[in-house]
Ligand binder design. Structure first.
Ligand SMILES: NC(=O)c1ccc[n+]([C@@H]2O[C@H](COP(=O)([O-])OP(=O)(O)OC[C@H]3O[C@@H](n4cnc5c(N)ncnc54)[C@H](OP(=O)(O)O)[C@@H]3O)[C@@H](O)[C@H]2O)c1
Length: 371
C-alpha cells in the first residue's frame, strides 16, 4: 500500500520537529515524512529524537528548504522520490516582539517574508501538482496571534492575520480540486520560538519611552501568567494536526486549546472591535478603562448595545468579581476554597468577558417589526 507522503517546513525544532517524529513513528507505518529544514546543519536533534522514538528506517528523510528562497523550495520538491506530496504542512515561522518603533525594517521584512511570502512560495510550489492529481491536504500552523491583535506583537500578528486571509481564501477554492486546507490554531507552545525571535530573545525596546517600557513589562508579566496557565507541549499540539489530517470532512480551523476561544468569540461578536480592545487592555495592562490623552481616566466603558440585558450582565460580572475576590482573600470559605482556586481561570474569563454568561444580541430597532 502506498504510504501518505508528508512534507513539513521548519523541522529543526518545536512543532515541526515533533510532528515529523509523530508521523514517522506512527504505529500504522503509513507515513513517509520529508522533514525540511532551513539549514541542514541543524538536523542533529531531529535524528537523535527519531532514534530515541524508534522511527522505522525509510519513514523519515530530511531536505533543505528555506521558505525565503523559491529555488530552495523547488529543489526540495524535486527531491521527493515518490514524485508527489499528499500532505503539505506549512509550519516554518518566526516571531518579532517589542514596540513597533523599535523594529528595524530588515526584521519586519524578514518576519513577513518567512511567515507570509514563505508560505505563499511553498503553496505555489506544491499546489499545482495537488490540483492536477485532484487530491491533497494542506495544514498551516496558525496562531492565536492571527485571530486577535496582541500588544507588542503587531508585526507577528500582521503576518499571522495575513495567513488567515490567505488560507480562508484558498479553503473556498481548493475543494473544487479535491484539496482541503486547514489551519491549526495554536496558543502558546513550549518550543524554541521565544529564543529564536527575529532580533533575539526578549524583544527589542530600542528607543522606547518610559511609558512604553512600563507597558512592555506589564505585558511580559501577563505572558508569563498565560504561559503558566495555558502553554502546551508540542506533543499535545501535534495530535491536533493528526485530528485534522484524519478528518474525513476537514474544517478550516482546528484549535489546539480552548483557552482563547472566549476572546475569539468576543472579538467576532463585536465587529466594532471595542469589546475586544477593552477586554485585552484590562487583561494585559490591568487597566480598568482607557486613559484620555492627558492621562486622566476616561469615561467608563460604554456598552455597545445599551439595554436591560447589559445591566444584568454587569451584575453578573460584579458577582463573579466578588467570588474571585473572596477566593483571593480566603476568608471563611472552608471547603469551597480548593474549588475556587481550581476554577479561578474560568471565573476570570467570565469576569473579563461577561458575555459568556449572557451573550449580547443586538436590540431590535425601535419601532421595528417584531414577530
Ligand atoms: N511556540 C508558540 O508559542 C507558537 C504559538 C502559535 C503559533 N506558533 C507557530 O508555530 C510554528 C512553529 O513554531 P515553533 O513554536 O515550533 O517554534 P520554533 O521551534 O522556533 O520553530 C520554528 C521553525 O521554523 C523554522 N524557520 C524559520 N525561518 C525559516 C525559513 N526561512 N525557512 C524554513 N524554516 C524556517 C525554524 O528553523 P531555524 O531553526 O532554522 O530558524 C524552526 O524550525 C510557527 O509558524 C509559529 O508561528 C508557535
Amino acid at each position: 500500500m502506498d504510504r501518505t507522503v508528508v512534507l513539513i517546513t521548519g523541522c529543526s525544532s518545536g512543532i515541526g520537529l515533533h510532528l515529523a517524529l509523530r508521523l514517522a513513528s506512527d504505529p500504522s507505518q503509513s507515513f513517509k515524512v520529508y522533514a525540511t529544514l532551513r539549514d541542514l546543519k541543524a538536523q542533529g536533534p531531529l535524528w537523535e529524537a527519531a532514534r530515541a522514538r524508534g522511527c522505522p528506517p525509510g519513514s523519515l528523510e530530511t531536505l533543505q528548504l528555506d521558505v525565503r528562497d523559491s529555488d530552495s523550495v523547488a529543489a526540495a520538491r524535486a527531491q521527493v522520490t515518490e514524485g508527489r506530496v499528499d500532505v503539505l504542512v506549512c509550519n516554518a515561522g518566526r516571531g518579532l516582539l517589542g514596540p513597533l518603533e523599535a523594529h528595524v525594517a530588515a526584521s519586519v521584512g524578514s518576519v513577513l517574508d518567512v511567515n507570509v511570502t514563505g508560505t505563499v512560495r511553498t503553496l505555489q510550489a506544491f499546489l499545482p501538482d495537488m490540483k492536477r492529481r485532484r487530491s491533497g491536504r494542506v495544514l498551516v500552523t496558525g496562531s492565536v496571534g492571527g485571530l486577535m491583535g496582541l500588544p507588542f506583537n503587531a508585526v507577528y500578528c500582521a503576518s499571522k492575520f495575513a495567513l488567515e486571509g490567505l488560507c480562508e481564501s484558498l479553503a473556498v477554492l481548493l475543494p473544487s480540486f479535491g484539496i482541503h486546507l486547514s489551519l491549526i490554531e495554536c496558543g502558546p507552545v513550549h518550543t524554541a520560538f521565544q529564543e529564536k525571535l527575529e532580533g533575539g530573545p526578549g524583544g527589542s525596546l530600542h528607543g522606547a519611552d518610559a511609558k512604553t517600557r512600563d507597558l512592555f513589562s506589564r505585558y511580559q508579566s501577563h505572558c508569563q501568567q498565560v504561559f503558566r496557565d495555558a502553554a502546551q507541549d508540542p506533543e499535545e499540539v501535534t495530535e491536533v494536526f493528526l485530528t485534522a489530517l484524519r478528518d474525513p470532512q476537514p474544517a478550516l480551523r482546528y484549535f489546539s486549546t480552548e483557552h482563547f476561544l472566549p476572546l475569539v468569540r468576543l472579538r467576532l461578536g463585536d465587529p466594532s472591535g471595542c469589546s475586544y480592545v477593552a477586554a485585552m487592555r484590562r487583561e494585559v495592562f490591568k487597566e480598568e478603562s482607557a486613559e484620555n490623552p492627558d492621562g486622566s481616566p476616561a469615561q467608563p466603558e460604554r456598552p455597545i448595545f445599551p439595554s436591560a440585558k447589559w445591566e444584568l450582565r454587569q451584575l453578573l460580572v460584579a458577582f463573579h468579581a466578588r467570588i474571585l475576590a473572596l477566593g483571593e482573600n480566603k476568608a471563611g470559605f472552608g471547603d469551597a476554597k480548593p474549588w475556587l482556586t481550581r476554577n479561578r481561570q474560568r471565573f476570570t474569563h467570565r469576569l473579563i468577558l461577561g458575555t459568556q454568561l449572557l451573550p449580547i444580541e443586538p436590540e431590535p430597532e425601535p419601532g421595528g417589526i417584531s414577530e
